[in-house]
Design a protein around this ligand. Structure first.
Ligand SMILES: N[C@@H](CCC(=O)N[C@@H](CS)C(=O)NCC(=O)O)C(=O)O
Length: 202
C-alpha cells in the first residue's frame, strides 16, 4: 500500500495508525502547494481533490479522507482491538468520534492555517475552537484515551490534529485533560517512531 503524505499534515493520522498496527506502507511525500509527488508525479492524478492523505490499496484503489483511511487500515487488522466490528454500538460511537474530529476539530483548527485569515476572523475562529474543545476536555476527564482505557482508531487522528495547537501557539494549559492526553499519546513508542520518520520533533 502507498500512503501519500506531507510531514505533520493530517496524513500523520493514518501513518500512526499503520505503525500502531504493524501495517507496512510505502510513504510517498507530496509537495502540497505544487501538487507534486516526490518523484515528480502529478498529485492531481492521484487525488483530484489535491489533498493528503491518500492511500493506494493493494487492489490499486485510491482512498481519501483521513478518518476513512484510518478506519480502513484498522479494519485490515480487525483482531487487534483497535477498531470495533461493523454494526456494533461501539463502532458507531467510534464513527461519531471520528466524524467529530474530522468536521469539528480538524476543519476548525485547520482553518487557522489560512494565510488570508484576518485578525478579526481569527478571533471568531478561536471562539469556535474553544467551544469544540470544551466537551472534548470534559470527555477526557478520567480517561486514558479518547474512547476510554484502550487506544483506538480515534486517537491517532485526534492526536494529529491537536498537535497543531502548538503550531498556532494555543496554550494547552487551560485544557489539562487534553494536555495530559497529548503527552500520553506523544509518549507512545509507535507515535514517536512515526514522528521521527516524518522528520518531526518528538
Ligand atoms: N477532508 C480531507 C481534508 C484533508 C486536508 O485538509 N489535507 C490538507 C493537509 S492536512 C491538505 O493537503 N491541503 C491541501 C489542499 O487542500 O490543497 C480529509 O479529512 O482528509
Amino acid at each position: 500500500m502507498k500512503l501519500y503524505y506531507a510531514p505533520g499534515a493530517c496524513s500523520l493520522a493514518p501513518h500512526i495508525t499503520a505503525r500502531e498496527l504493524g501495517i507496512p506502507v510505502d510513504l510517498v511525500k507530496v509537495d502540497i502547494p505544487n501538487k507534486k509527488t516526490e518523484d515528480g508525479g502529478d498529485f492531481w492524478a492521484v487525488n483530484p481533490k489535491g489533498y493528503v492523505p491518500a492511500l493506494e490499496t493493494e487492489a490499486g484503489e485510491v482512498l481519501t479522507e483521513a478518518g476513512i483511511i484510518c478506519q480502513y487500515l484498522a479494519d485490515q487488522r480487525a483482531d487487534a482491538g483497535f477498531i470495533a466490528p461493523f454494526g456494533t454500538p461501539e463502532r458507531y460511537r467510534q464513527m461519531a468520534a471520528m466524524n467529530f474530529v474530522a468536521t469539528e476539530v480538524h476543519k476548525q483548527i485547520g482553518a487557522l492555517f489560512n494565510p488570508a485569515l484576518t485578525p478579526e476572523m481569527r478571533t471568531v475562529q478561536l471562539g469556535v475552537i474553544e467551544r469544540r474543545l470544551k466537551p472534548l476536555e470534559q470527555s477526557l476527564a478520567g480517561r486514558t484515551y479518547a474512547m476510554g482505557e484502550q487506544v483506538t482508531v480515534v486517537d491517532p487522528y485526534l492526536y494529529t490534529i491537536l498537535r497543531w495547537m502548538r503550531i498556532h501557539k494555543l496554550d494547552l494549559a487551560k485544557w489539562p485533560n487534553i494536555a495530559a492526553y497529548m503527552e500520553r499519546m506523544g509518549n507512545r513508542a509507535k507515535v514517536q517512531e512515526t514522528l521521527k520518520e516524518e522528520g518531526l520533533p518528538v
